[in-house]
Write a protein that binds this ligand. Structure first.
Ligand code: UDP
Length: 331
């Protein structure tokens, strides 16, 4: 029910990397989008791509605080609520761990209550971090994880686990219809150059000729999903009517070591900058690869953009952002 007024989609965290791509895709489908963001780790310039779109509205607010009246007065118009609000790179979410935990717990609570009031469908962006440093490989949704609840990553990992628990409790109590996406490493244009994650760090270091930082010996693995695939997966999950009480892994199952990722980036950029090894961060997962058969079966979704293509687009985008000259091409 929207009282005859236009239906709205709320994207909390909509000025961030994934959130801004999602806002643009939703606007492209003709949806009206309200983006809520505290601009803590966002890249506000991302919003310039569509900030004048008549279907778009930006509200600066923190989900930890009571939701602003300008949003609450339109509660009944919201039919979809995406919760992507949280710092997501390890250095950024560890910079203010208390706020990270509160964002996941209190912020998710505020948005779930809004979803209940609105009768809106709610999607939580959860994370592969709920699996911690996994003993099971690849990671299936029914693996319960091996997470430290006392280490420096706990504010994010345990915050997301608590957010999942609350989200499913709302569904169990019939208070909201929910979706939970467990997002694996995602990359692409419009990441912050100073985000601190491995793709943005290595690409920016390679392009600017700075020393390239590999943490540990670089044998740890990750599986990298291109942003357009991730946004497609999130929208399919939100709109699919047959999702029950189950989290869904979204990620690209092509796994590689950090050293292999670096070699791809060196090939694409032609960089010759020196590689320095820094200590492996505490609790850094040794390996990570999503098992995505749930998303394949349920959503008919699997990633389409191969790493070479996605990395080439990402390197070209960072090259133009950094003023590093002509777009980078594969060698
Ligand atoms: N990493 C690295 N160099 C960097 C940044 C990260 O070797 O400049 C490593 C990091 O230790 C981890 C992997 O790359 O093993 C992925 O790190 P990221 O911060 O991107 O995300 P995570 O998957 O750990 O949340």
């Amino acid at each position: 029910m929207t009282d005859g007024k236009e239906e709205l989609v709320l994207v909390a965290g909509g000025a961030g990397f994934i959130g801004s791509h999602l806002c643009r895709a939703l606007l492209g489908q003709g949806r009206r989008v309200v983006c809520l963001d505290n601009l803590q780790t966002a890249r506000p310039v991302n919003l310039r791509l569509f900030e004048r779109h008549p279907g778009f509205e930006f509200i600066e607010a923190d989900v930890v605080d009571p939701l602003p009246p300008s949003l609450l007065e339109r509660t009944r118009q919201f039919t979809r609520i995406y919760n992507l609000a949280c710092a997501a790179s390890p250095p950024q979410y560890q910079a203010d761990p208390e706020h990270t935990m509160l964002t996941n717990v209190v912020g998710t609570h505020h948005l779930l209550r809004l979803a209940e009031e609105a009768g809106a469908r709610f999607l939580l962006s959860s994370t592969s971090e709920v699996y911690g440093d996994p003993e099971a490989h690849p990671q299936r949704e029914d693996y319960r994880g091996w997470v430290s609840c006392t280490g420096p990553r706990a504010c994010y990992d345990e915050g997301k686990r608590a957010a999942e628990a609350m989200t499913f409790d709302y569904a169990r109590m019939g208070r909201a219809e929910v979706r939970v996406a467990r997002i694996f490493n995602t990359y692409g244009p419009q990441m912050r150059p100073d985000d601190g994650r491995v793709v943005s760090n290595l690409v920016c270091q390679a392009l600017s000729g700075r020393e390239i930082t590999v943490y540990g010996d670089g044998s740890q693995t990750r599986s990298f999903c291109y942003i357009s695939d991730m946004v497609d997966g999130l929208m399919r999950l939100m709109e699919h009517d047959g999702v029950g009480m189950e989290p869904v892994n979204l990620g690209n199952p092509t796994e590689m070591t950090v050293n292999e990722l670096l070699n791809h980036i060196l090939d694409l950029t032609g960089a010759t900058a020196p590689v320095v090894h820094k200590p492996l961060p505490i609790d850094d997962p040794r390996r990570r690869r999503p098992e995505i058969s749930t998303a394949r079966k349920l959503l008919d979704w699997s990633p389409r953009v191969p790493l070479e293509e996605g990395l080439a687009a990402t390197c070209a985008w960072f090259a133009s952002e950094l003023g590093a000259g002509a777009p980078v091409e594969g060698k």
